[in-house]
Structure formats: structure tokens, C-alpha cells
Design a binder for this molecule. Structure first.
Ligand SMILES: C[S@@+](CC[C@H](N)C(=O)[O-])C[C@H]1O[C@@H](n2cnc3c(N)ncnc32)[C@H](O)[C@@H]1O
Length: 317
């Protein structure tokens, strides 16, 4: 296989692993196969780059998509009177594996960092979906490399930013959320072999005393990160208060927050509330990313860094 073909194939693999939660993407793949009648050898190469890729086999996509893909793929092989390849037979056998509302997606974050997440196919499972701000902030953490040794993430959800921070070099990452989110964080940390990730409860709405106790049980963070946590107006005040509590206890830590532009009013309210508490925000990045849920589009995401003018604040400037 030439370099050009290998390059094309690695693009197909990357797109496939990332888009496999989307039915439309499997349909697109099938349409592509239909257009390019493949020989048995090329079928093998294509299947190994997509549905038969080691990550697809280990962390399968939705059962219904897998079945639809394999049924239509087999039909094409039949129609072309091609013999079935071993890879196709193997895939047909594993199509019977159990399924639920959860599936896996594998994302590439640049710098050779990949991560696979078990996530929900339902938008209402807010803490179990990988949201665009989580993807964009993760990419930023990769470009920062090992800048931050200890990371505290608020509202981590699937654990996306925490896991990527650990992969990018952080040696201790507190992946915090409500207690109900912790099992999935632990599953995803294990799936990505990220022992530096420590799932922990930190409820923005809990009493300040309870929060202080939870913070004191952690090593002092070099950075506090949060992605897609500014979405509900009633959570703005508790989140701003918690950030002030953290910053007062750890004056030198950075605060980096990624938010989707879809909630501009709430973002504005949040910035105002932080301003009232003495924080100054500066934009450090913006990009677009997808929600990997059926029927969803790209979203614009902005990343802000917040500093507080307190004596001893080394993060200013
Ligand atoms: C939209 S999700 C973002 C998840 C993840 N950061 C991402 O970008 O993919 C918002 C997260 O905030 C968490 N959350 C909501 N209210 C919270 C609270 N009171 N305390 C702690 N976490 C909370 C949710 O459980 C959820 O995981």
C-alpha cells in the first residue's frame, strides 16, 4: 500500500472512530462503499480501518448501526458475487453483542493523544455525553502539555477533560461532579488507563463548609477547569461562589472555563457575577466542535481564563 493510500486510510479510521455514535455517519460509509465497488482484499482493508478496527471491536458502537452496516455490506458482497472475507465473518459474529443506550466514541485531541469514552446516546443524560466545550478544552490542555501538575475539574461529566489532562502529563487530576456521575468517570478513566484521574464529589450547590472540607482533602490545584458548566441560570451563583472559595484558598491557581456560545445570555450573566466577585476574564481560545448525538450540529465554543486581583496572585498577566 502506497503512502497516499495509507494517509487516506488513517483519515477514514480517525473519522470512523470519532463519528461512530452517529447513524448518519455509518450511512455515509455505506454510500462510499457502494460507490467504490471493493475487491475482497480492499474490503478487508476497509473493514479493518473501520468496523473491524481494534478499537471498534473492543469498544463497539451502537448494535443497530453495526447490524445495519454489516447487513448492507454483506448484501453488496452477495450482489457482486464476491466471497466473504474472514474479517466480515468475524464482524458478523460479534454483531450479536449486547447493547444499551450507551456506546463508545474515540476522539483524537492532537499531539498523538487519543481517548475513548463510554457515553450515552441520549441528550437528556447530561452528565454522560461528551459535550463540545469538553472537546475544545481538552485540545487546549494537550497543547499546554504538562504545564499543570495538579488539576481540579468541575462538572467533568464523562471525565473527558480530566482524562485528557492526565494523558497530557498532569500527575493528579480531581475529576469532580455530582455523586451519580462518578461511576462513569471511573469507567472511562479505567478504559483509558488514566490512574492519575481521581473521581470525587464536589457539588456546586452544597454548603460552603462541606465544599471546603472536600477541597481540603485534595492536593492544591495548579488549575481549575470547567467545560460546559455554565448552562443553567440557577447554577450561575453557586458556581461563581465555588470559584471564589477555591481561588481564596488557592490564590495562585489558574481558572480556565470553556463554554458553548449556544447559551450567550447565561454566559453573560456568569461573567457579570464573576466580575461582581472581583474576577477579570480574558479570552484564551475559541473553536468549533460537534456534539456526537444524532441530529446535532457543530457548536462554537469559547475559552476564558479568570484571574482575581488578590495579594499573592501569581496567575495575573
Ligand atoms: C453539560 S455537562 C458538561 C460535562 C463535561 N464537562 C463536558 O464538557 O463534556 C454539565 C456537567 O455539570 C454537572 N453538574 C450540574 N450541576 C452540578 C452541581 N450542582 N454540582 C456538580 N456538578 C454539576 C453535570 O452533572 C454535568 O456532568
Amino acid at each position: 500500500m502506497g503512502n497516499e493510500d495509507e494517509g487516506k486510510l488513517s483519515i477514514i479510521t480517525r473519522k470512523f472512530l470519532q463519528n461512530r455514535p452517529l447513524n448518519g455517519y455509518w450511512q455515509e460509509c455505506l454510500a462510499w462503499i457502494e460507490l467504490n465497488s471493493l475487491s475482497v482484499d480492499s474490503q478487508d482493508v476497509f473493514l479493518k480501518a473501520t468496523a473491524g478496527h481494534e478499537l471498534s471491536l473492543k469498544y463497539p458502537g451502537s448494535l443497530s448501526y453495526r447490524n445495519m452496516f454489516l447487513t448492507r455490506f454483506s448484501r453488496q458482497v452477495d450482489a457482486a458475487c464476491e466471497p466473504y472475507s474472514d474479517v466480515l465473518c468475524e464482524l458478523q459474529m460479534m454483531a450479536g453483542a449486547p447493547d444499551d443506550d450507551f456506546h463508545h466514541a474515540t476522539y483524537s485531541f492532537g499531539g498523538g493523544v487519543w481517548a475513548t469514552f463510554r457515553q450515552s446516546a441520549r441528550m437528556s443524560d447530561i452528565e454522560a455525553v461528551v459535550w463540545p466545550p469538553g472537546l475544545v478544552l481538552s485540545e487546549l490542555l494537550v497543547t499546554m502539555g504538562g504545564k499543570y501538575g495538579t488539576v481540579l475539574e468541575l462538572g467533568t461529566g464523562t471525565g473527558v477533560c480530566s482524562i485528557v489532562a492526565a494523558k497530557a502529563g498532569a500527575h493528579k487530576v480531581y475529576a469532580t461532579d455530582l455523586p451519580s456521575a462518578l461511576p462513569l468517570i471511573a469507567t472511562n478513566a479505567a478504559l483509558n488507563d488514566a490512574p492519575a484521574v481521581i473521581p470525587a464529589t464536589l457539588d456546586w450547590c452544597a454548603d460552603a463548609e462541606v465544599q471546603a472540607g472536600q477541597l481540603d482533602a485534595m492536593a492544591p490545584p495548579d488549575v481549575v477547569i470547567a467545560a460546559d458548566c455554565v448552562y443553567a441560570p440557577d447554577l450561575v451563583d453557586p458556581l461563581a461562589d465555588l470559584l471564589l472559595l477555591i481561588k481564596t484558598r488557592h490564590p495562585t491557581c489558574d481558572i480556565v472555563i470553556a463554554s458553548s456560545r449556544r447559551r450567550e445570555d447565561t454566559q453573560e450573566f456568569f461573567r457579570r457575577e464573576l466580575g461582581r466577585r472581583g474576577f477579570i476574564g480574558s479570552r484564551v481560545g475559541q473553536a468549533q466542535a460537534m456534539v456526537y448525538l444524532e441530529g446535532h450540529e457543530r457548536e462554537s465554543v469559547v475559552i476564558d481564563r479568570f484571574t482575581l486581583a488578590l495579594p499573592g496572585d501569581k496567575s495575573l498577566g
